[in-house]
Design a binder for this molecule. Sequence first.
Ligand code: F6P
Length: 341
Amino acid sequence: MRIGVLTAGGDCPGLNAVIRSVVHRAVTHHGDEVIGFEDGYAGLLDGRYRPLDLNAVSGILARGGTILGSSRLERDRFRAACENIRQLAKEIGFDVLIPIGGEGTLTAARMLADAGLPVVGVPKTIDNDISSTDRTFGFDTAVGVATEAMDRLKTTAESHQRVMVVEVMGRHAGWIALESGMAAGAHGICLPERPFDPDDLVALVEERFSRGKKFAVICVAEGAHPIEGSMDYQKGEIDRFGHERFQGIGTALAFELQRRLGKEAKPVILGHVQRGGTPTAYDRVLATRFGWHAVEAAHRGESGKMTALRGTDVVMVPLADAVTELKTVPKDRMDEAESVF
Ligand code: F6P
């Protein structure tokens, strides 16, 4: 069998671990050939690829980013190519495609499968917001980076008697904010799933200072937003999920808290630092397992499915189920965090 693999969308720690695992399982166990398309679906459409043998994936398990490169989908070009995708696969010479990516990549994978190309998807995102899988690799790494950042910021905040507002990634789902905020003991956590009231945050910080505590750390997801009319905040455009894109919430909230509290409040935007660098052991293992199961599914002739973690098992689930809605933080998880939302 000849397997094509690609990585598309935003990068994520663990992508290289999947590529390595696919090559190891396919080449060593099945005697397959593997080719890697460069820069996501762009490489597939342009016919830009390179052979991936054991040496090509040597030493990449712990490396961040993706050795194949990645790109965002050119939708119109992709739709047009779907019509002749079987012909393209024949010309390039591969039997099954393993695209590794987030919601956009998997939606495109589903379109390819519907167009008759054998496809086995592998989900990735640091945001952990893909339905049908309990976890995505990259999330554990991102939570670790954000947690360490808040641990470090606490000592600075305490030394300078400041409020630190730490903005973490998560446009539509607040998983990173929830778990890093809990792990770091943030005093307030703001998620996209539930609009927050700045009055609550002010009260919380004042209560801490009245007890003699001299600092506070508020963890805010980039997609979190205040209750309508509760503070001066610019609304963003509506995205394709029908969600409003709010801009720069960390900075806006720090400014608001400083004004209301009369205390120094500083924003810290963690941004892409959460996506870069080496994956944690957990993410390396999950990524490796996903790669192994994707190859096995390809050999069983399963198409239109993706790998998923259910409890401790890796299973195959229909792509259609995974891409119809995002997995957001449920109310009980928010309540457990016992913070201000
Ligand atoms: O991978 C998802 C994500 O990390 C979001 O949380 C974030 O908003 C987005 O990617 C940003 O990606 P980029 O800046 O690369 O478009």
